[in-house]
Design a protein around this ligand. Structure first.
Ligand code: SF4
Length: 368
């Protein structure tokens, strides 16, 4: 058993409701199933509210690729470090990205050695930095899913409109349904259904999830982030599995709709286009990410800065790539809580706030 959790008593966090839903899930199951939660925030909630404890033992919850930094190849962090070391560059990123290890060091160490590395909250902040530092190249580094692309797209679009030629984007954005499709088509796959990320789907809509469901012959339930959301999402998945139904259902009706956010999608589609992307542990995913379109390539750091020869090895013993494919848990990793902790991470899933290993460490370290 893990530590007891005190709960709010509003409906969405009422433990009596959790237990009722868990009993419904158990009563509807005629065989074991494995359901993957795609989003890192959902992983956090499952652990924070000890939902594993009340779910039936025949139901396995696998953790998915919801931590974007975990999937980014180490070469991208090496590239970021290389650009940040350029004395003509002001390099900007979130505090979290500064701590992700490259092959040799991380961006915080580069900053400590004197490089102008700054923490910012969004690409739009960098537009002002670029305007105030016309003699420098200002680079914003970001990785994420469609939800984080919106601000990046707007910043690049504004930079072109305002003629801010010294602003550059170094981005490695992932297209989640494509990556999920690759995970499900792998011969090692154990996952029968997906809890889709409600936040991402509220922007993208459901079309790509519908294609994923049909292609991989699985149920997908777009799900929110409260404990009750997650239990209802699981309940819908189980009932679709038991009925042999394939397709997309929406648990997160208060936040997501089939159409998504057309204005945000139009902006993203104006600035970015799909491209093949390398993912840690599974190799190249066709259309697994996005790059800037040709019209915006003057702001593309990957094109403007010369490539470097990257260190090919990622051999740290880190099994993040198995964790976010649902094939292992952090507690299966010999380094978990020993040589790998949030203040000394060996892999990205221990650094990122959305990372599965960091979530397990936060909520289950007392069991180590
Ligand atoms: S505990 Fe550390 S080394 Fe192990 S999988 Fe997680 S991030 Fe990687």
């Amino acid at each position: 058993m893990f530590g007891a959790k005190s709960f709010n008593t509003d409906d969405s966090r009422d433990p009596r409701l959790f237990e009722r839903l868990a009993r419904k899930i158990a009563a509807s199951m005629t065989r074991p199933w494995t359901i993957m939660e795609v989003c890192g925030d959902q992983t956090q909630v499952l652990l924070e509210y000890n939902l594993f404890e009340i779910l039936p033992p025949e139901l396995t919850i696998a953790h998915g690729p919801g931590c974007p930094v975990a999937s980014v190849p180490v070469q991208i962090f090496d590239r970021a470090i290389n650009i940040a070391q350029d004395p003509g560059v002001i390099f900007c990123a979130s505090a979290e990205l500064l701590r992700i290890p490259g092959s040799v060091c991380d961006l915080l160490e580069v900053k400590a050695c004197g490089a102008d590395v700054r923490v910012v909250y969004s690409a739009l902040d960098c537009i002002n930095v670029a305007r105030s530092n016309a003699d420098k190249k200002v680079v914003f580094f970001n990785v994420g899913f469609e939800t984080t692309m919106q601000n990046d797209a707007l910043a690049v679009w504004q930079a072109r409109r305002l003629g801010i030629a010294n602003f550059f984007l170094l981005s490695y954005h992932a297209q989640i349904p494509t990556v999920c499709s690759k995970i499900l088509s792998n011969q090692e796959n154990v996952v029968n259904a997906l809890l889709g990320p409600g936040q991402v789907a509220s922007l993208t809509g459901f079309d790509e999830y519908e294609q994923l469901a049909q292609k991989q012959n699985v149920p997908v339930v777009i799900t929110g982030f409260e404990p009750v959301d997650i239990l209802e999402g699981i309940q819908k998945c189980v009932s679709m599995l038991e009925a042999g139904k394939v397709g997309v259902e929406n648990q997160y009706k208060r936040g997501a709709s089939r159409a998504g956010n057309p204005e945000a999608r139009a902006l993203i589609n104006e600035v970015f286009e799909p491209c093949d992307r390398d993912w840690r542990g599974i190799g190249t995913v066709t259309n697994g990410g996005y790059r800037l379109k040709k019209a915006f390539e003057n702001h593309d750091a990957l094109k403007v800065f010369a490539p470097i020869i990257c260190h090919p090895s990622e051999e740290t013993g880190c099994i993040s790539h198995l964790i976010w494919r649902g094939l292992a848990r952090p507690t299966d990793c010999p380094a978990f809580g020993k040589s790998c902790k949030p203040d000394s991470p060996l892999g990205a899933t221990m650094v990122s706030a959305e990372g599965t290993c960091a979530a397990y460490y936060k909520h289950r370290k007392e069991t180590l």
